[in-house]
Each structure stands twice: as C-alpha cells, then as structure tokens.
Design a protein around this ligand. Structure first.
Ligand code: C5P
Length: 290
C-alpha cells in the first residue's frame, strides 16, 4: 500500500504583539493577533513498508533528531502508544517526509512551528489516529508556543503564551514581507533586560484597530539590519515586525501596490529577500484538508 499526502505549512504574521507579563517559568504572557499567509513550506508524506521515519533533505545546522518535524512525528507516535491505540511505535507504518523549505529560520514567520503542525495533522490522518484538534494542539504546545495556532488553523487573538486562541475577524490585505538576511535568536530577544514586559492588557476589538509589536525596540537595538528594513518599508505604509523578527511586513489594499514595492526593493535593496502574499483567515493547511 502506498499513501502520499502533500500539504502546505503556511507562514504566519503577528499583526500586533503585546507582552503583558512573565510567568514564573520565564515564558512571557502575550496578546497577539495571528494571521496566516498563502505562502510557506510544503511537506510530502509517503508511507513506508517498515517503521522508520526519514526526513529529507537535511536542513543545514539542524540535526534531523532535533528538527521540529521529527519531534512532532515522535510525539504523535508516543501519544498513540500512551492512548493504547497501538502497542508500540513500531506498529505504526514508517514515513518518508520530504520538506520543500521556503520560510527562513529565525524569521518570525513560524516556519518550524508550521512544519510541526502540518506533520501532526498529516500523520494523524495517515496513521488513522483520529485525535481531535484539542489534543493535537496540546501536543503541539510541547513543541513550541506558536504550534497550537497552526494546528487550529483560524486567524486568532491569542493570549497566555500564545495557546489561548479565539477566532479573530482580520482583514485580508496583501503583504510585502522582507527578510533582511539575518537570523534572530528568539531567546536573546525575550531575555533582554530592556524588553517591555508590562504592556496593559487590551481587548481583541482594540487590537484589531492596529497596534505595535513590543519586541521591536529591542530587536532594532540588537539587529540594525532589521531596523533598516523597518525604516525602508515604513515609507510605503506602517511597517511592523512579526514575532521577534527578523522579518518585517507592511499591508497593502491590492496586489499592484505590493508588487510596485517589491520592484523598488529589487533596485534599492537587492540583497534583501522579499515576497508578497495574501493574508488568509483559514490556514491554507486546513483549506487543503477540508
Ligand atoms: O516556544 P518557542 O520554542 O517558540 O520559544 C522559544 C523561546 O522564546 C523560549 O525558550 C523562551 O525563551 C522564549 N519565549 C518566551 N515567551 C513566549 C514564547 C517564547 O519567553 N511566549
């Protein structure tokens, strides 16, 4: 029997992000608006005749065993054993996973988290486990704070460390996203003494009117290339940081405006990577599975 599933692992943007506190374990309490983009990685899953799980091609600097895709696959097989659905992981069919990596690492687009969520949903389907989304989101949270929103698949107002999710009625403009060619270390930003950690909590309705990303001040200091990208993009609208960066973005009402900005970028900042994509309120992953 051969079964193959080819699924997207879309990018996300944080349209705003406030840090309202810090938990005893060091994680930060956030309020953020997550939105998906119709742009991202792609993963192909093909069942094998044995029980091995293989991922290809390798990602430079990330050992296969610590890759979030492999960790998601292992976590799901352990959950199937713990729930008594199989006696051992070896009773589940193995899988070849091919990753077409598009999203940058350390970019704030949630690439690794999205790959993990796509893996959880794909293997749940191929292994016929039928775990509900609550259970898959809970498993995902053990892999990273951003994984649950990719498992749920709706644009969301997020609180807690990003796991308390409520659907958010966001507009769906075109975005220009710039990656200024560097990788941001998320723990360095969250651990910085000058990070704002006490923004007053606001309502989702207020956040939908627009808001800043509280990480921006620290990221500008630590990574001048990000500051440069924010300042360059700001001449066309309101430039924002996504997550802890390094990517920055700006919304446009139509595709023509967005592609004009990309054209300017080609001539003025040829070393930066950039793309344009449409914001979506249903994740392309969930649209593909529907
Ligand atoms: O959860 P994730 O692996 O994406 O987080 C990476 C690091 O970012 C964590 O180890 C933590 O230092 C920091 N972080 C945080 N508060 C959050 C999310 C991440 O302090 N809400």
């Amino acid at each position: 029997m051969t079964a193959t599933l080819s699924l997207p692992a879309p990018a996300k943007l944080n349209r705003m992000l406030h840090i309202t506190g810090q938990r005893a374990d060091g994680y930060h309490e956030l309020q953020t608006l997550f939105q998906f983009l119709d742009h991202g990685d792609r993963l192909d899953f093909t069942l094998r005749d044995d029980a091995a799980i293989h991922l290809a091609p390798a990602i430079e600097g990330v050992p296969a065993e610590s890759n979030l895709i492999m960790r998601a696959a292992r976590l799901l097989s352990e959950a199937a054993v713990a729930r008594g659905q199989v006696a051992s992981s070896n009773d589940l069919p193995g899988v070849d996973i091919r990753l077409k990596k598009v999203l940058p690492m350390g970019g704030g687009l949630g690439g690794g988290s999205s790959d993990a969520a796509t893996t959880l949903l794909a293997l749940d389907h191929l292994w016929k486990l039928e775990l509900d989304l609550d259970t898959l989101a809970e498993l995902g949270l053990a892999l990273g704070a951003d994984v649950p929103v990719f498992v749920r698949g709706f644009s969301a107002w997020a609180e807690g460390i990003g796991e308390r999710l409520e659907p958010a009625p966001l507009d769906t403009p075109w975005f220009v996203v710039i990656h200024p060619g560097i990788e941001v270390a998320t723990p360095a930003v969250f651990g910085h003494p000058q990070l704002t950690r006490s923004s007053p909590a606001i309502s989702m309705a207020r956040a939908l009117q627009g808001g800043r990303n509280d990480c921006e001040v620290v990221v500008r200091t630590l990574y001048p290339a990000v500051a440069d990208a924010l300042d360059w993009l700001d001449q066309f609208g309101t430039a924002r940081l996504t997550g802890t960066g390094a990517c920055v973005f700006c919304a446009f009402d139509d595709a023509r405006q967005a592609s004009k900005v990309l054209g300017r970028l080609d001539s003025e900042r040829p070393t930066w990577h950039a793309f344009m994509a449409r914001g979506c309120n249903l994740s392309p992953l969930h649209a593909a599975l529907a």
